[in-house]
Design a protein around this ligand. Structure first.
Ligand code: CO
Length: 137
């Protein structure tokens, strides 16, 4: 069902400081920067081979990532697996008893379709499914 790891996401309070580390020190090229108002985040994608690191900074304290930072501080936020057909993957996971945060996919970075699984049933790891925008095109 899952292809490769699409990205690991890191919650940060200061995007530019996180870029000094990831772009400047680690040497990861920035490939995309986007503000997702409805998700309350500004996100930056950096290349790591065929996968990515996703840096997430909250637009406000009263957002999912803002609440995450207040509760836990900066750190690993979620892991995202690539799927070719997100609707089928969600249906199959629901049949297998997995609790979904998103019953239906929503639009993620770069026109992807994404959905989150609840960490209570994924070993404490917030898990995202990503269907790339170019699949089926
Ligand atoms: Co993500």
């Amino acid at each position: 069902m899952f292809g490769r790891i699409d990205h690991v996401a890191v919650a940060v309070s200061d995007l530019d400081a996180a870029l000094v580390l990831h772009e400047g020190v680690f040497g990861m090229p920035v490939v995309h920067r986007e503000t997702l108002v409805e998700q309350g985040v500004e996100a930056v994608l950096l290349d790591v081979g065929e996968s990515h690191v996703e840096l997430l900074a909250p637009l406000a304290e009263d957002t999912p990532v803002g609440r995450f930072l207040a509760a836990r501080g900066p750190g690993l936020h979620h892991v995202a697996y690539q799927v070719t057909d997100i609707a089928t993957a969600l249906a199959r996971l629901r049949e297998r008893g997995v609790r979904l945060i998103d019953a239906h996919p929503r639009t993620g970075l770069r026109g992807t379709q994404v959905a989150f699984l609840h960490p209570s049933q994924t070993a404490g790891v917030l898990t995202e499914l990503v269907q790339p925008a170019n699949f089926g095109a």
